[in-house]
Write a protein that binds this ligand. Structure first.
Ligand SMILES: Cc1ncc(COP(=O)(O)O)c(C=O)c1O
Length: 521
């Protein structure tokens, strides 16, 4: 890879996960995971060992097993138990990843007892440069030394100016001239809300077209566009005028087809739907989609399909919103995922990586859409100066080091290794992804669903594999229908050796999970 030397010279390697020796898959089990039957919670209660991450820290008067706990002591012994006692029932990650984190460096994190994990979740993709990258840390130190005001609403500042400059520089040449930017409250969901209001105002229309498998966030409007039915079930009054369209898949095609046919029929169906006065769909305010669906199970849109969708929407005057909250800034092997298919969106929604790990979100849109009135979208935390500093530094670093190329190369290497594991295992139905957004669909190979002629997804086995990965010191996420897709989203700085180690730990986790399932069958 052309940029390899420069990147290796400069990029922060963190604590290499291989530094402690490259464990064989089975011996890679964490020291605390005494036996395969010990649960993580049991380990929390029993393990007492030195901490390689800097030793125990005393939280005087607050939290921690090792210090006085006047407030928390009545809640139990562990962070997780205390969390369970006070935090919302809506919490998610600790249910599947029952660990309490203390520190992070490079692609690894350390839990409160000093166990190290390869972090293939990386703040749900928000930590493009991994944990505590020197470029990010330096940006924070510098901003603090300048005594910048932390929050400035939407007033201009030098840091904001710099951030806008870096962001537009990273986008295709059309952007500075033809697009404007709106800073939003710091979450991706808030930027989605803003995008919805923008297109509705500009077009005077109401309906939105979204896709099966879509994830656009959890606020009321964003949830309306999200395809997952479970979080929607209890919520009345979601935006009614959202139509969900079939997203192509050559593995589980909604039309029962495969290969190119899935994409062709999906585009054909959408075109007919829009032109049919009897389809029940009126001309919408926008179509929104992810170029690679993330939470939906790592489903990359075929380039040809996306070009066709762009053509269909453009010809009918339907603004195309691309939600690149997760794909943006190098993740898929190009700086922006829409660049794979050489199209341009009308509205681009960005968050996660663009803040360099600090919360930041924006909507970038064609100037013609700038019809909304002053104050049409607002939010207290639109002017997070530290996020502008870390975001600008991260964009500069990714573009200078061409980390999108590393994402492409490492993603290909990971997929190749996962396909080898697929050949050895029975429970891997499909390996897919783009760049460092990779998914493995876990199936129950003992059954064939006649409707699809394919084995059904196995969320239960996927969870077991996630758990076995954790026991081997690796954090992976689940996504897709019912959580049956194991997802890999490692930081863009990951190296070839680290990818091999990720694959080795996954191989061992899959083998152990299959053995356990056979034993329990
Ligand atoms: C594609 C996409 N859009 C929107 C969101 C919502 O972002 P946030 O969780 O910051 O509200 C996410 C979050 O994962 C996402 O992946």
């Amino acid at each position: 890879m052309s940029n390899q030397t420069g990147r290796d010279k400069h990029h922060h390697r963190g604590d290499s996960v291989l530094a402690e020796g490259s464990p064989t898959p089975e011996s890679a089990r964490l020291p605390g995971a005494a036996t395969p039957t010990t649960t993580i919670n049991e380990r929390f209660a029993t393990v007492d060992k030195p901490l390689p991450c800097g030793g125990p820290r005393r939280h005087t008067g607050t939290i921690g097993n090792d210090g006085p706990r006047p407030f928390y002591s009545s809640f139990g012994n562990t962070y997780l138990e205390r969390q369970d006692a006070v935090e919302s029932n809506a919490r998610t990650y600790p249910r599947r990843l029952p660990i309490a984190l203390r520190s992070g460096r490079g692609i690894t994190v350390c839990d409160i007892e000093g166990r190290k994990y390869i972090d293939c979740l990386a703040g749900a993709g928000s930590l493009a440069l991994g944990h505590n990258h020197p470029v990010v840390v330096e940006a924070i130190h510098h901003a603090l030394s300048e005594e910048v005001p932390f929050q400035t609403l939407d007033l201009p500042t030098p840091l904001k100016d710099q951030f806008i400059h870096e962001l537009f520089e990273s986008l295709p040449a059309d952007f500075p001239k033809h697009f404007k930017i709106q800073f939003c409250g710091p979450s991706g969901s808030d930027a989605i809300e803003a995008a919805l209001k923008l297109v509705k105002t500009a077009t005077g229309r109401r309906g939105i077209l979204s896709f099966h498998g879509a994830y656009h966030g959890m606020t009321h409007g964003a949830l309306s566009l999200t395809a997952q039915s479970v979080p929607k079930a209890a919520i009345s009054g979601l935006t009614a005028e959202v139509q969900f369209l079939p997203y192509p898949s050559d593995y589980r095609c909604p039309f029962g087809l495969s290969g190119d046919d899935s994409a062709k029929i999906s585009a054909h169906f959408i075109e007919k739907l829009l032109d049919d006065p009897g389809s029940g769909i009126i001309l919408p305010a926008a179509m929104i989609l992810e170029v690679v669906q993330g939470e939906g199970g790592v489903n990359p849109a075929p380039n040809g399909w996306l070009r066709k969708i762009r053509e269909i929407t453009e010809r009918r005057g339907i603004p195309l919103i691309l939600d690149e909250v997760q794909t943006g800034l190098g993740r898929t092997g190009r700086l922006y995922a829409f660049q794979h298919s050489d199209i341009l969106p009308d509205v681009l929604v960005l968050s996660k990586a663009i803040g360099g790990g600090l919360p930041l979100s924006v909507v970038i849109y064609r100037r013609e859409l700038d019809q909304w009135k002053p104050g049409a979208h607002a939010g207290t935390f639109r002017g997070n100066q530290l996020a502008f500093a870390t975001g600008a530094a991260t964009i500069r670093y990714i573009t200078a080091q061409h980390l999108e190329n590393n994402a492409e190369e490492m993603g290909r290497r990971l997929q190749a290794e996962l396909r080898c594991i697929q050949a050895e295992a029975t429970c891997i139905g499909h390996v897919r992804g783009r760049g460092l957004m990779v998914g493995v669909e876990i199936i129950n190979a003992n059954h064939i669903e006649t409707s699809e002629d394919l084995p059904p997804p196995s969320p239960k086995l996927a969870r077991k594999i996630q758990n076995e990965c954790l026991r081997r010191g690796m954090i992976v996420e689940l996504g897709g229908r019912s959580g049956s897709v194991v997802r890999f989203l490692p930081p863009l700085i990951v190296t070839g050796d680290e990818i091999d180690e990720i694959a080795a730990r996954f191989r061992a986790a899959v083998a152990a999970s299959e053995r356990a399932f056979v034993a329990n069958a």
